[in-house]
Design a protein around this ligand. Structure first.
Ligand code: G6P
Length: 590
């Protein structure tokens, strides 16, 4: 989605905002803009393109300002549609969607206001100007009470020395350091603020000469507690790697170990032992994109372990499904960011229907955590590359621990040991994986298909998604057994099929799908766990990538070569793996 940032009480606001926008850029990179307040008034620079397109804005100076990096929803990525939007002495940046913007725009246009953009956000600056009678607080409150949808706003006014920040269904974090700050997430505040507070829905912050004051949408004062910025949410830069994606793949073993340690330290096993006694009749695991694939991977093993039906659902579908009462249901919502709109709303809907909600997330202060009865931490650390890598493995680890703790008995201890082994296997796979040749084959293929059976099917889906996201090569993830029921019509010498085989019991079956591909002139690569190699497989497949075998966590170990193939393919093709076209890391709109 979009990223917003604000600062006040600082010297050279523009430098701070520019650096902050570079940290927030993974939230959207269609356009960027900065407004600063100087003695000569508010000055704005905004342009279509990446944050680097407004590099010149670094020299604007100012003692307060706001900044924005955009993922376009309303209106194309143009200079005019870039934020901030200015009107009547106000300058505004917005993350979210103003659902009633058309009606507000018509009302404001009828009184003579002219609009310069196609965005929903511009109405906010006009409403503020309409309601401003010398009292900023009053203008902000009257404005936000007119808005429907989701909005995180930062607001500058020419007569006010600081900024205002508003939070409603999109995140805003306030921070104190050598000034007052606000931003869409904590990593953007690292290096600026040492103490942070997370605003709740319906709260407004005013940063002035004497620090922050807070109120709600009725104008009542509220107080927020500031605490130290959690160390795991500091972004450590690329640390010598050429891209965040490869840096974050290298951090997979640490993400697994830290997730297991946090599960233990935060008493999750005890919480689930209690939940187990309450009995439940079904489990629904839900998420979007990569998080959905982690949900699906967990669901494969979950049913046998828990002895009740376990199913995975995509959140965007689940939230609009008509449903029965869900008492006796455990609803497990999986989200790296914890702010994906579909996942948060699916969790709210499940809770309203009577389910117990478990949130599995990498961001401890996110919207999803406020919906959940139990929060299971993923401790992957700040993930900056838009394509999820280490967070996927962290999610698989957290879900595995959750299900094993729910199952009780010896299962939890077994899961902890298996995860420690899986982390070591990932480290081996990262250093020893022969992904390069397969990546070259992907880079020259007309399409790449990923197949797998049983627990390898979610891996096939995730391998395919990863490659599509960062390389733009068309393809599909498919259950290996379904290949012959349709997709095989697409196989020719220009295509590559990547088979994932990590279950010895199903290895022959998937190997026969590889045979079918090769018999039609298709090229094949195999990601094969130890002990799963069938006779002749190495000779049939052009590329053979051997990985260690984890019985409990096959998806975690298989993810390593699949992510490396996607990364190397993107690099070979000259794509930017960290910021794929059209994508944003967290999607806070429907
Ligand atoms: C976006 C990202 C994906 C991610 C999905 C879910 O589409 O581009 O990489 O998997 O959102 O994000 P979440 O934060 O809920 O895991």
């Amino acid at each position: 989605m979009c990223g917003i940032i604000a600062c006040a009480g600082v010297r050279r606001a523009s430098e701070i905002l520019y650096k902050g926008l570079c940290d927030l850029e993974y939230r959207g990179y269609d356009s960027a803009g900065i407004s600063v307040r100087r003695e000569d008034g508010i000055v704005t620079v905004k342009r279509a393109g990446r944050v680097s397109a407004i590099e010149c804005a670094r020299r604007l100076g100012g003692d307060a300002g706001i900044g924005h990096t955009r993922w376009a929803t309303h209106g194309a990525p143009t200079d005019a549609n870039a934020h901030p939007h200015n009107f009547g002495g106000f300058s505004v940046v917005h993350n979210g969607i103003i659902e009633n913007y058309a009606q507000l725009k018509a009302e404001l246009a009828a009184r003579g206001d002219e609009f310069l953009s196609q965005t929903d956000s511009e109405v906010v600056a006009h409403l503020l100007a309409k309601y401003y009678r010398g009292d900023l607080k009053e203008a902000v409150i009257r404005t936000v009470r007119r808005l429907k949808g989701a909005f995180a706003l930062c607001i500058l006014h020419e007569e006010f020395g600081g900024f205002a920040a508003v939070k409603y269904r999109s995140p805003v974090i306030a921070g104190y350091g050598s000034g007052c700050f606000a931003a869409s997430d904590m990593p953007a505040l690292s290096g600026l603020a040492d103490r942070v507070a997370v605003l709740k829905d319906g709260q407004i912050a005013f940063a002035g000469e004497n620090g922050f004051t807070f109120c709600d949408f009725d104008g009542n004062a509220v107080s927020l507690t500031f605490s130290p910025l959690p160390p795991q949410l500091r972004s450590g830069g690329k640390a010598g790697f050429p891209h965040y994606m490869i840096k974050e793949i290298n951090e997979i073993p640490a993400a697994i170990r830290q997730t297991a340690a946090a599960f233990e330290a935060e008493g999750c096993a005890r919480a689930f032992a209690k939940l187990r006694r309450k009995k439940f009749s079904q489990v629904i695991v839900c998420g979007c994109g990569t998080a959905y694939h982690a949900a699906l991977a967990a669901a494969y093993g979950g049913e046998e372990l828990l002895g009740v039906p376990v199913r995975a659902e995509t959140a965007g579908e689940y939230r609009y499904r008509r449903r029965r009462k869900l008492s006796g249901t455990l609803f497990v919502a999986v989200s790296q960011s914890g702010e994906t709109a579909d996942t948060v709303e699916a969790a709210r809907a499940a809770k309203a229907a009577g389910a117990r909600v478990i949130a599995v997330t990498n961001v401890p202060y996110s919207a999803l955590t406020s919906v959940a009865d139990v929060v299971v931490p993923v401790r992957a650390g700040a993930e900056i590359c838009v394509a999820a890598t280490k967070s996927y493995c962290g999610q698989c680890a957290a879900l595995g621990l959750t299900f094993c703790a729910l199952a009780g008995g010896r299962h939890y201890g077994r899961a902890k040991r298996a995860l420690a082994e899986a982390a070591a296997m990932c480290a081996d796979a990262i250093s020893g994986c022969a992904a390069e040749d397969a990546a070259r084959a992907c880079a020259s293929a007309s399409a790449v298909y990923f197949i797998g059976r049983g627990a390898d099917y979610p891996s096939a889906l995730e391998g395919s998604l990863k490659l599509k996201e960062v390389s733009y090569i068309p393809g599909e993830g498919y259950p290996a057994g379904e290949l012959k029921h349709g997709p095989i019509a697409l196989i020719d010498g220009g295509t590559l099929t990547v088979a994932v085989i990590t279950d010895p019991a199903l290895a022959e079956k998937t190997a026969s799908a590889v045979e079918q591909v090769c018999a039609r002139g298709g090229r094949a690569a195999v990601v094969c766990a130890e002990g799963c190699e069938t006779a002749g497989l190495r000779g049939r497949a052009e590329y053979f990538i051997a990985i260690p075998r984890s019985e409990l966590f096959p998806a975690i170990v298989a993810a390593v070569p699949l992510q490396l193939i996607a990364y190397r393919t993107a690099v070979i093709l000259g794509r930017d793996p960290d910021k794929p076209r059209n994508l944003a890391k967290s999607v806070t709109v429907e």
